[in-house]
Design a protein around this ligand. Sequence first.
Ligand code: PLP
Length: 475
Amino acid sequence: MRYDQATWTREDGDENAGSYEPLLAEKRSTEVTVDESPLPDDLTRESVELPDPSEPELARHYTRLSQMNYGVESGPFPLGSCTMKYNPKFTEDVAALPGAGTHPARSAASTQGTLELRHHLQTYLARIGGMHSVTLQPPAGAAGEFTGILVAKAYHEEHGNDRNEIIVPESAHGTNFASAALAGYEVVSLPSAEDGRVDVDALEAAVSDDTAALMLTNPNTLGLFERDIEEIAEIVHGAGGLLYYDGANLNALLGRVRPGDMGFDVMHYNVHKTFATPHGGGGPGAGPVGVVEELAPYLPSPQIEERDGEYERVEPEHTIGKVHGFAGNWLVLLKTYAYIARLGDSGLTDTSAKAVLNANYLASQIEYEIPFSPFHHEFVASADRDAADVAKRMLDYGVHPPTTKWPEIVDEALMTEPTEAETQAALDQLARAFNHAADDGDEALETAPERTAAGRIDQADAARNPRLSWQALDD
Ligand SMILES: *Cc1c(COP(=O)(O)O)cnc(C)c1O
């Protein structure tokens, strides 16, 4: 496709293509000629064409680009299971402090402050999860799952347990199945009971001498608390298996219930969800893993330990090795530290209360069926038509839509998690978007969105034939 450079409109006249902001390189107005260069001749190239925008042009360019996008600072972003909460600026300030990013190869003696913070964060997370020890190394939730399962596997091997199966409820996040399979296990998928929770009878039938672990999300992806968790733990432990907690939904439980107290042996924390570090668009996250005492010797190396007031990097006795370079995504972890330290016990407890209240308030304001309840920090509404069309239409009402078509237990699912960060006014705005989209005719839904920077995108084509560079626009 081509653009008319005078007006920046598409030459093919496709009005549904939305707005367009040219690249600075495309906008270059005057030729840059450098008569005299301080560089030696063989290091200069005439072919290098640099843009030369004026300062206001440059400022407007980036402002326009930012306005074509939608982020958590534009409005509500209720992607269920993703916990897209607002990221407070003070955490950025902390991560930007001089010295925050010390070189990871420096000696322990010269980086005591950084090691102390890492040790504090290990301790905070262990306390929040009811775990004995925590590693900060894994760089994402999925990487945390993989690490946790490798730790469980090493534990079983060390104890001579020959177990080759991991049980995963069918409502689990796709990464659970993938992590178990990647660690070399057979994945046994567990059907849900009628009420959307774990079917305890089916679990009893599924566990055996082959069970290495059960991976569980609680509240599950429908937002329902697995209230049989103690019985579930007994069944799995009784068969010699371990209990893995997918901590991505910890926002519902913060300060109230601890996975360790529910009987879980190993868990990951999605700090870029629960503890407000930015995520999305493939940016860095962190997925620390917590374990009970029996599993601590298998954690990745190094762990940070304190001895007589000195912080040291220590290799756990039966460590599975390293799962990431150096200290993991340290600046993300530093923001996590700042967030937890600032909120403290009462702030974290308040967070879960508001997250659950907001989800329940929003649900009460929308005209959609919500088949499973009582839900906590998120709910899954059912659209009585194509959930993707409803989601695209919601964009036209100025909000980000919920997660669509998952979990599959709900027809045309709209999985909605407003988070504690939204005000009542923002929740009302979201509810209006839901309800307008429900009332709109089929044509409006099928052609939506029409008020966004990009019109309706051919998703299949975008996934199969991605254009990864701006030059591809010329094709
Ligand atoms: C987000 C999520 C994960 C995976 O976390 P990533 O950081 O995206 O790898 C796992 N389980 C659940 C329930 C999630 O919502």
